[in-house]
Design a protein around this ligand. Structure first.
Ligand code: GLY
Length: 309
């Protein structure tokens, strides 16, 4: 555990799911840990200089989006048609300003597009062609198909298609990335970004960009970023529910997160959340075997993957 009340805290995740030591090579284990640590460094360096929680979560999320190991940005999984449909959301706990995008096809860092929606449009949530058009008009960096079309993601899609109709029941890991932070001024923020699930169809949208499901930040309670089977996380309104339990029931963040993840499990869903409170307490809760995760405070950085560490 970090200091009793650290002056700033950054918490990140890189997805949850079937993460067992027996399925991971030492090289992949080390690469994932290095990717998580790089994201912590990107956000922590800002917080250590007095930067805002909002800037820190964006920087950490961009680092994970740029890393092809994680299912967001460059490493996003492919849709059934072999395309990329990216989802992201960002929220500032000061005034509950929020921005979100879904079904974005060519933006390198969807989290920055979500921030542009929040700061440069009168709207909260943009989707599909309109979100792509807004990205271009805002000068947000775009990338060609070859940037996103990675051999591993194509192989995963082909394997899934070969399984036939039971695609949603496959033993999948829930790739999403996210960050929550508390800055030196006591403000919190949250960011979440994902490619969704391999083989998704019909414009399917998960929980990540849905404000209150995959992403939430409110200085009165906490900031939350979720990763898991989005269909269940939407139905449990996970991120807002955690904040509501803290505000209305007086639960601490760990108790609230554990209760909501238990509710997701009762519905049949798997995954987890990261939470940070206005006091800087980092919280993790997940019902999957593991979750790529980490946190940083002025005392240092820690990363973990498996459930028993
Ligand atoms: N949690 C990410 C998704 O379901 O799309």
């Amino acid at each position: 555990m970090p200091d009793q009340q650290p002056s700033w805290t950054l918490v990140i995740h890189g997805g949850a799911g079937v993460l067992e030591r027996s399925r991971m090579t030492p090289e992949l284990d080390a690469q994932h840990r290095a990717g998580l640590d790089a994201a912590l460094q990107a956000g922590a360096s800002l917080l250590a200089e007095g930067g805002s929680a909002l800037d820190a979560v964006e920087a950490a999320a961009r680092s994970l989006e740029d890393n092809e190991l994680f299912n967001a940005g460059r490493g996003a999984v492919l849709t059934y048609d072999g395309t990329t449909e990216l989802d992201a959301a960002i929220m500032d706990g000061r005034e509950r300003d929020a921005g979100a995008v879904t079904g974005v096809s060519a933006t390198r860092n969807p989290i920055s597009l979500a921030r542009a929606v929040m700061e440069k449009s009168p709207h909260v949530f943009l989707g599909g062609k309109g979100a792509d058009q807004f990205a271009q008009e805002q000068g947000i960096e775009q990338a060609g198909r070859d940037y996103f079309d990675l051999p591993l993601r194509r192989k995963q899609l082909e394997e899934l298609k070969a399984m036939g109709a039971d695609w949603f029941d496959v033993d999948m890991k829930f790739g999403t990335i996210g960050a929550v932070a508390r800055d030196v001024n006591g403000h919190v923020a949250a960011a979440t970004s994902t490619g969704g699930i391999t083989g998704k169809r019909w414009g399917r949208i998960g929980d990540s960009p849905v404000i209150g499901s995959g992403t939430w930040a409110d200085d009165r309670s906490c900031a939350v970023s979720a990763t898991g089977s989005g269909e269940f996380f939407i139905r449990a309104a996970v991120a807002h529910e955690i904040a509501a339990r803290m505000r209305y029931l007086g639960e601490d963040a760990q108790a609230a997160a554990d209760a909501v993840i238990a509710d997701v499990g009762a519905l049949g869903g798997d995954g987890g959340v990261i939470v940070v409170t206005p006091a800087g307490e980092p919280v993790f809760s997940f019902n999957s075997d593991g979750m790529y995760r980490g946190f940083a405070t002025p005392s240092g950085r820690t990363v973990a993957i498996y459930g028993d560490e």
